[in-house]
Design a protein around this ligand. Structure first.
Ligand code: NAD
Ligand code: UDP
Length: 339
């Protein structure tokens, strides 16, 4: 059986990845320091799949423990989700972000290299594109991230390109996510922000459940159909299935490949609110306020390269995304703190 290491596997996307990996027959080992997650997510993963996984609570920057982990397993591949992801926090604490995201990845690939494990899927982000006026965005668009978080992602991409150039045995997939949202259809795992959410979908879900009073819509004077910002929302299950396809792709291809993971469709803030109202049967209180600094009018993917080369396409629409997000929210109104 194929054994894989999932760094950051207790987190939002990583936990969904574990479900799909286990269901596809992989043996799964998770390494996570639980800095932004709960081990309860992994208990839920095992309930959903009725399959066991191994969990090691550790920081990926801990070289000794990482080396020991690679000595005690024969991994075929690593899926690397561990990282910090809050844009505003990265502006306030850049060193923490560079250390965790860039050094963390460096330590990981050093350990992989020593152990002869040279297949890696990395969670990159559409934030590496920065402010693009032209949509849809394909992988040939320039990269110019506008904040430290985005720059850590781009630096890791560059580091991995250099590694692939230096050693032809590496097989590396860089996946640039657009806006991952939604939850597993079981309602047992989902996004569980620590504080007040920064992102639209978890914010709306918390307004719907009554944890937050009102959504602020950041600007309705953009050059879009209804004036509000347009983004490419991708169901988290579609997203992690893209990683399974990337693993298949890496079996047949060496080198470094870059793919967008997005639906290719854009939805405005008002469209998302309306869809969530239909899914939840509840009104979403909202008010229009000033634009959020740094936001662009429209961002959505050209997923054609992933469609062709990974044989992957997003299948869940916005209605389904909102239904699944609402199911998770109603079953776990306080996230994993709900027993
Ligand atoms: P998350 O915070 O829910 O998951 C990240 C996990 O990594 C957490 O469980 C955290 O405890 C763990 N972690 C962080 N630093 C670690 C370290 N040094 N050692 C061990 N574990 C560590 O975030 P997520 O939304 O699941 O994101 C997963 C990855 O995808 C991240 O790399 C993120 O930057 C990237 N990404 C996320 C989005 C998004 O909107 N969610 C978009 C683009 C890219
Ligand atoms: N947005 C909003 N109110 C919020 C959070 C987000 O109006 O409380 C808007 C934001 O301006 C953008 C869209 O929703 O147009 C998606 O924002 P999010 O932060 O989720 O993703 P990103 O901006 O990183 O694509």
């Amino acid at each position: 059986m194929t054994e894989v290491l999932v760094t950051g596997g207790a987190g939002y996307i990583g936990s969904h990845m574990c479900v799909e990996l286990l269901q596809a027959g992989y043996d799964v080992v998770v390494a996570d320091n639980l800095s932004n997650s709960s081990a309860r997510s992994l208990q839920a993963v095992q309930r959903i799949t009725q399959k066991p996984l191994s969990f090691v609570e550790m920081d990926i920057r801990d070289e000794e423990r990482l080396a020991a982990l690679f000595r005690s397993h024969r991994f075929d591949a690593v899926l690397h989700f561990a990282g910090l992801k809050a844009v505003a926090e990265s502006v306030a604490e850049p060193l923490r972000y560079y250390d965790n995201n860039v050094n963390g990845t460096l330590r990981l690939v050093e350990a992989m290299s020593s152990a002869g494990v040279k297949t890696l899927v990395f969670s990159s982000s559409a934030t590496v594109y920065g402010t693009q006026e032209r949509v849809p965005i394909d992988e040939s668009a320039g990269t110019a991230p506008t904040n430290p978080y985005g720059r850590t992602k781009l630096q890791v991409e560059q580091l991995l390109h250099d590694l692939g150039d230096a050693d032809a045995q590496w097989r590396i997939s860089l996946l640039r996510y657009f806006n991952p949202v939604g939850a597993h259809p079981s309602g047992e795992i989902g996004e569980d922000p620590n504080d007040i959410p920064n992102n639209l979908m978890p914010y709306i879900a918390q307004v719907a459940i009554g944890r937050l009073p009102c959504l602020r819509v950041f600007g309705d004077d953009y050059a879009t159909a209804d004036g509000t910002g347009v983004r490419d929302y991708i169901h988290v299950v579609d997203l992690v299935n893209g990683h399974l396809r990337a693993l298949d792709y890496l079996q047949a291809n060496t080198g470094v490949a870059v793919h967008n993971l997005g639906s290719g469709r854009g939805h405005s803030v008002l469209e998302v609110i309306a869809a969530f109202e239909r899914a939840s049967g509840r009104p979403i209180a909202h008010e229009v306020v000033a634009r959020r600094p740094g936001d662009v009018a429209r961002s959505f993917a050209d997923p054609g390269k992933a469609n062709r080369e990974l044989n992957w396409t997003a299948t869940h629409d916005l209605e389904r995304i909102c239904q699944d997000a609402w199911k998770w929210q109603t079953r776990h109104p306080d996230g994993y703190r709900t027993a």
